[in-house]
Design a protein around this ligand. Structure first.
Ligand SMILES: [Zn+2]
Length: 583
């Protein structure tokens, strides 16, 4: 595209508005359907274009109008998905001054009278073009009466008339109208695609700007090309060519500082976390954006845990990526899931808070408060240990027997009573006499705890999902690999354990069938725990009340049986609330 001939500055969104389908990025599916329809001469008489604002609905409608009426450079062409752009029809449609292409904004023309004009106009043949095209923007704003008026024309459309409806809220369109239209959902543009697009425009404009800065713009635009171009305009006007200045422009905190904050929260250091939040706020970060950033970080770390490839984010520098990988290794998936849930809830509630910064601070205090609570796995372990020991031994805290009221069983939701198993603490398996192996993990569980303690997230994941234990003695593991287990699992486990314990381990793959993997056991135990929690009358009542609620077992604090018995009259409603992961 050429420079503006008049020399005056033209906003990028206008200057780079697509003139044909090839320039319309990210909407290939729609273009394919249209191409087919045009080629087979089966052009529908009404199309409805839906999608978020700034996605290109009106632009698309104009391109379709051009395609319908283009006569080609030699004046003999028919309808085409590749309008020439230069014939009299193409030129005047793009400038919105074609007599037969009528654009109407339903947001300001909602009534039956406005529609009546359209219906009247539709009766007459086009003045000069092939088709009379009505482009109605924000169609959902039309009154019921107006829709009814339109319906008659849609039911028996004159051959020379085409309707193009654009709407951001397709649900508000009457079904009777929708059923007479072909619908196109315009997609949000992938960030990668948008970054590419922005980069090509920067090149055309001879503007140098960091990819990281473009990535931030693409992210903020949430898939809207127009918004991304407006932000790019603003960045260029501000002289912001690097990520730091774009961040300031967007009110975003530095990514590294978001990670700092996230780290402090995960450590449960509420004081330092609040100080960091306030400091970021002072330097221009919007509290809501910070909460969003924290949620995004949670999502990013979770995907990093699953696979480094999935967590590809062009907005990140190498340092940040390395720190993220380290964090992902140490944090459990359950903790991340819980954090995500709490952040989403906080964002939902933000509008009801007296101020955004207050809401953000309260969220951070809450997150810090639960950061040291046991995860459901630890709880389940505690529960099964208790069950196993319920015959004789008694725990450090009063635990209800198996016969007590269902509520009392909830007392497993304690934080202080659960400690991560220490390798040395458990003596379950016999120790070979000839050698002192007492410093080695005495059970396979203790091995898992050791891997977790050493923060080798990848190995932990592989062991938990890929290893079916056949036999364990300290220094020796025999297992059967689960389906999909990595081939190098035994080698890696051997090396890691030998290094950590300063002992030569033997890790072998055996022929005998092994037991369940840890992750299989865990999901069963979670299931049975959930079943038990569900039976709690209070929980059952809550689930009955909130039909769509999803049960999310999040331990908050230790409750005694008396407290639990009191719950219906208790004032600690906040705790109850968390038993039902309300939606
Ligand atoms: Zn043309």
């Amino acid at each position: 595209m050429s420079d503006d001939a008049h020399g005056a500055y033209q906003v990028l969104a206008r200057k780079y508005r697509p003139q044909d389908f090839s320039a319309l990025i990210g909407q290939e599916a729609m273009v394919r359907v249209l191409r087919n329809a045009f080629e087979k001469d089966r052009i529908h008489h009404a199309y409805v274009l839906t999608g978020v604002r700034g996605i290109g609905k009106t632009t698309t409608a104009r391109i379709i109008a051009k395609g319908l009426n283009c006569i080609g450079t030699d004046g003999t062409g028919g309808p085409t998905v590749e309008p020439c752009g230069v014939c009299e029809h193409c030129a005047s449609i793009m400038e919105s001054r074609h007599v037969d292409v009528i654009e109407m904004d339903a947001a300001s023309n909602t009534g039956i009278d406005d529609v009546r004009e359209v219906i009247e106009a539709a009766k007459y043949r086009p003045a000069m073009a092939r088709y009379k095209v009505f482009i109605i923007d924000e169609t959902h704003m039309l009154s019921k009466q107006a829709f009814n008026g339109l319906l008659k024309t849609l039911e028996e459309p004159p051959e020379h008339v085409k309707f193009l409806f654009a709407t951001t809220e397709i649900r508000k369109m009457p079904v009777t109208v929708l059923s007479r239209c072909q619908r196109f959902d315009l997609r949000r543009i992938d960030p990668e695609r948008l970054i590419e697009h922005l980069a090509s425009i920067c090149e055309a404009e001879s503007v140098e700007i960091d990819t990281e800065a473009l990535a931030l713009i693409a992210r903020a635009a949430e898939g809207s090309v127009r918004d991304s171009l407006s932000l790019l305009d603003q960045a260029i006007a501000d002289g912001g060519k690097d990520a730091a200045s774009v961040r300031t422009m967007l009110g975003l905190a530095d990514r590294a500082r978001v990670l700092d904050l996230f780290g402090l929260i995960m450590k449960g250091d509420a004081k330092a976390a609040i100080e960091e939040l306030r400091d970021q706020h002072k330097s221009g970060a919007d509290p809501e954006a910070t909460l969003r950033d924290l949620a995004e970080t949670t999502h990013w770390l979770s995907t990093l845990k699953i696979s480094p490839d999935l967590a590809n984010n062009p907005a990140l520098g190498a340092d940040t990526a390395a720190r993220g990988a380290e964090m992902a290794g140490t944090l459990g998936m359950r903790v991340l899931a819980r954090t995500w849930q709490m952040l989403l809830k906080a964002l939902e509630e933000l509008s009801r808070a007296p101020s955004a910064i207050m809401a953000a601070e309260m969220t951070i205090i809450r997150l810090c408060a639960v950061s040291d609570l046991p995860t459901p796995e630890e709880l389940v372990k505690k529960l099964t240990d208790e069950q196993a020991g319920s015959a004789g031994s008694s725990g450090p805290a009063p635990t209800p027997g198996p016969g007590s009221a269902p509520q009392a069983r909830l007392s497993v939701a304690s934080s202080n009573a659960v400690a991560a198993p220490k390798p040395q603490g458990m003596a379950q398996t016999s120790v070979a006499p000839e050698q002192d192996l007492s410093h080695l993990p005495q059970s396979f569980e203790a091995v898992v705890a050791l891997i977790s303690e050493k923060k080798d997230g990848e190995l932990l994941y592989d062991v938990e999902t890929g290893l079916r234990l056949i036999s364990y003695t300290p220094g020796r593991i025999e297992f059967q690999p689960a389906t999909g287990a990595r081939e190098d699992l035994s080698g890696r486990l051997l090396q890691a354990l030998s290094k950590w314990t300063d002992h030569r381990w033997i890790v072998s793959v055996g022929d005998a069938p092994g037991g369940e993997t840890i992750s299989e056991m865990r999901s069963e135990q979670m299931h049975s725990l959930e079943q038990r929690v569900r039976k709690n009358p209070l929980v059952a009542a809550g689930l009955e009340l909130f039909k769509d609620a999803e049960l999310l077992v999040i331990p908050r604090k230790r409750m005694t049986s008396e407290e639990l018995g009191d719950v219906p009259h208790g004032e600690d409603l906040d705790d109850d609330e968390d038993l039902f992961g309300e939606d």
